[in-house]
Write a protein that binds this ligand. Structure first.
Ligand code: DC
Length: 236
């Protein structure tokens, strides 16, 4: 048996990022933010001119080119004392740049390409080689870590997720249009759930948790209890 792995899958805005960071800190495990990987590939594909507004569908040549970009990326996740994680790609910290709706849209497009997913598979699996791991994503429990020790599928209604996003943007002093955000969440959900390559769906053995009416503390406690039932000790 290798190091323990806990997978937390589900749509954007369900609270995965918050609970994953808390779990990683409580257990002293490493954190894999797989969405950040797809966001980086999306950003790089856009910068290379491979994602164009007037050409919404990617063809086989685009897929080969984007997979090649993916294979050549040098990505490092560097946890900081503040609890933030710097994401350094080819020498530049892109952690701030990749966290917007536009890059989220690029990510969702490149994430539908099987060759891109294949190019990221070993990199993700290798993160559990020398430490316990909290894996945050869409296919962590179904494809990347099918033998994980505890699997969770954390979801929330699209409306609850849009409200959280609006509150986040307003807190950051940015403008937020609820209707546009809700639409973008629904479009991205549809793409992520209906694609043929590793669609976002719960593993058969995952705990299903709807966070629409739960606080971050309640989500953490329920997942912690579930992990304990699966034999993961939080005392360390
Ligand atoms: O979790 P996020 O919003 O940062 O993810 C960005 C996009 O990447 C999202 O549209 C789905 C995709 N993704 C994926 O297909 N598989 C993963 N394991 C993680 C994210």
């Amino acid at each position: 048996m290798g190091f323990p792995v806990i997978t937390i899958d589900g749509p954007s805005g369900a609270g995965k990022g918050t609970v994953c960071l808390r779990l990683a800190q409580a257990l002293n495990y490493r954190l894999l933010d797989s969405g950040a990987l797809y966001r980086i590939v999306g950003l790089k594909a856009f910068e290379a001119g491979l994602l164009k507004q007037d050409k919404p569908d990617l063809d086989a040549d685009d897929e080969v080119n984007i997979a090649q970009i993916t294979e050549q990326l040098d990505i490092q996740f560097l946890p900081q004392a503040s609890g933030q994680v710097d994401i350094v790609v080819d020498g530049h910290n892109v952690a701030g740049e990749i966290r917007n709706e536009t890059v989220g849209g690029y990510a969702s497009k490149v994430a539908a390409l099987p060759k891109v997913r294949a190019a990221l598979l070993a990199l993700q699996q290798d993160m559990a080689n020398d430490s316990g791991l909290i894996a945050d994503g869409r296919d962590m429990g179904t494809v990347v870590f099918p033998n994980a020790d505890a699997k969770v599928y954390l979801t929330a209604s699209a409306e609850a997720r849009a409200e959280r996003r609006v509150a986040q943007l307003q807190q950051a002093g940015q403008q937020a249009d609820y209707a546009a955000i809700l639409q973008s969440i629904q479009d991205r959900d549809a793409r992520d759930e209906n694609r043929s390559a590793s669609p976002s769906k719960p593993a058969p053995d995952a705990l299903l948790l709807d966070s629409s009416e739960l606080s971050a503390d309640q989500v953490f406690t329920q997942i912690k209890n579930f992990c304990q039932q699966k034999g993961i000790s939080f005392s360390a």
